[in-house]
Design a protein around this ligand. Sequence first.
Ligand code: AHR
Length: 326
Amino acid sequence: MRAFLLFLLIGILAFCLTACTTKQQESDQSRTEEDTLLLGFSQLGSESGWRIGNSKSIQDAAEKAGIQLMFDNAEQKQEKQIKALRSFIAYKVDVIAFSPIVEDGWDNVLAEAKSAGIPVLLVDRYIRTEDDSLYAGHVGSDFMEEGRKAGQYLMEKTAGMDKVKIVEITGTEDSTPMRHRSEGFREILANSERYTILQSISGDFLRSKGWECMVTLLNEYKDIDVLYSHNDQMTYGAIEAIEAVNLKPGVDIVIISVDGEQAAIDLLKEGKINCVVECTPLLGEEVIQLALRMKRNETIPRYNYSEERMFTEFDDDLDRIGPRSY
Ligand code: AHR
């Protein structure tokens, strides 16, 4: 009788184990099918700490989610980005995501993706097109708002001044951050006649060009009050040029920068930069979540803006800014 009971117990246990394992396998299988994704991502280059942080964020998030990522770096060339998009189409990836270096010139390749049934997510920057059906949505910063924040800080900083002379070093021509950061800034300054933008030149988001631009501007104008620089890398180059002519950055020339890299926050604390408008590159997790939804044919929100801050010399808690990961 005891032996019979023992056999019965072992039998019941074995049955439960098999049933549970099958159930687990079934659920693993369905989760795998739902959550697997072959994502083609075309990065525009590696021109800044921001961009390197952005690539890392996307690669890390893909690895964490167990997503298969085809990653291509176009090294600042639109032709290379178009080539990468075409290779993603040939590979029949589930979703294409890319950071367009400039706004124009994408219609043909995106129409090819559409015909192949591959949905497209814009990351960081926008494109200009008449056909909104060429992409499902966008994830990244509100660059207009960044420009407005820069303008608002300047209004506060220069409240007591009669005339304010500004130079602007912009990012890559025809890119979204270049256009919108300029537009948002001007929108705020238009409220007062005290502001003159002496000159606006493109530094292509590169440190070396930021230096070149500032050298040109300092040779041209002797009375610059403010530098508005569209990214931290160009700001570092410009600061070098300002110090080379024995002027004090942050004191003789007010400096407004965009991004919020660790080095820029350190310069803000040192008093060499007066204001840093944050633009976060940490988009990886959202890119993956949106891409998974797109693969499931879900409609995603058209615009997915990141939450961003501004750090200025007026903040009394600069020491409490945590370490930046870019
Ligand atoms: O598109 C975002 C911008 O591109 C960042 O401000 C800049 O650093 C990068 O090159």
